[in-house]
Design a binder for this molecule. Structure first.
Ligand code: KIV
Length: 323
């Protein structure tokens, strides 16, 4: 299996020029120029690679991986080590997008020095280019930025607060709550946050906050007036095994595609329709084989032998084959 990447894999403009690396300052520039920011989550090499090659600007290794990848009930149980493991895989895949790692529940709720040390691990051990912090943790954001770690804030419906909020409910539904949210967003921006995710808030509230901030907002369930949008990858392609929230748009049905491929494969195995002879390696050492081996050999194409290049479907697998 080949997974090596070169800088030639960077996404291209329509005229074939590689798109420049996205940085936190570049996202601020996009807001100033009125260019919408696209963002998606990813948690592993293949999906991160697809997302990056499609030209998405920001890839978040979200703690939503607890639910959509690890099958947990909420995001509270995922650990720093699990998040690091997935962030490393994403980092290996990405050439252009800004890679942001979500700080999981418990990793930034104690002493600021401990939270900074955890954030440093995401940069040093996993290659994250920014971390995301849920809630209005202004002092922590200031400390992270002082430690040269770019920060994405996250306000509104913060899933790590599910027990305090009593469920996943739309936030900022009153004028006072909108003002409070706006004050939190402004405080995070003043502390140095480069971007703020607004989740589960009325469109009008998100529009007001977006207009008031000099840094970009990225909405999820926050309407179309944010400076950018983010969705969970598994929601986008229907791999979540649950009803979609109102704000999710399903762009593909990967469940149906994968299910059909897997069922087809199982049927082929059960009917001995896979592998075919062309998908098999052959040996010239037939004389040393028993009757069954000689019979299998006799159905091989003439001249096909173990060393034949045509017989090699996957060169890396062939390297593993004893000669
Ligand atoms: O963990 C996550 O996926 C997120 C996004 C939904 C913003 O925080």
């Amino acid at each position: 299996m080949s997974i090596n990447r070169s800088s030639a894999d960077a996404p291209l403009t329509p005229s074939g020029v590689p798109l420049p690396k996205v940085t936190m300052p570049a996202l601020g520039e996009m807001k100033r120029q009125g260019k919408p920011i696209s963002a998606l989550t990813a948690y592993d090499y293949p999906t991160a690679r697809l997302v990056d090659e499609a030209g998405v600007d920001l890839i978040l290794v979200g703690d939503s991986l607890a639910m959509v990848v690890l099958g947990q009930e909420n995001t509270l149980t995922v650990t720093v080590d699990e998040m690091l493991h997935h962030t490393r895989a994403v980092r290996r895949a990405v050439r252009r997008a800004l890679v942001v790692a979500d700080m999981p529940f418990g990793s930034f709720h104690g002493a600021i020095a401990d939270a900074v040390a955890n954030a440093v691990r995401f940069v040093k051990e996993a290659g994250a280019e920014a971390v995301k912090i849920e809630g209005p943790r202004v002092e922590l954001v200031r400390a992270l930025v002082n430690a040269e770690i770019p920060v994405v804030g996250h306000l509104g419906l913060t899933p790590q607060s599910v027990n305090r909020l009593g469920g996943y409910r739309v936030q900022a539904r009153t004028a006072d709550a909108v003002l409070e949210l706006q004050a939190d967003a402004s405080a995070l921006a003043r502390a140095g946050a480069g971007v703020i995710v607004l989740e589960g808030v009325p469109r009008e509230a998100a529009a007001q906050i977006t207009a008031a901030l000099s840094i970009p907002t990225i909405g999820i369930g926050a309407g179309s007036d944010c400076d950018g949008q983010i969705l969970v990858f598994h929601d986008l392609v229907n791999l979540t095994f649950s009803a979609a929230a109102k704000f999710v748009r399903r762009y593909a049905d990967a469940s149906a595609l994968f299910r059909s491929a897997i069922e087809h494969y199982r049927e082929d195995v059960e009917h001995r329709a896979f592998p075919s002879d062309a998908e098999s390696y052959h040996s010239t050492a037939g004389k040393a084989m028993g009757a069954v081996g000689r019979q299998a050999m006799s159905s091989a194409a003439p001249g096909e032998d173990f060393d034949s290049d045509e017989a090699v479907v996957n060169p890396d697998a062939f390297e593993d084959w004893p000669s």
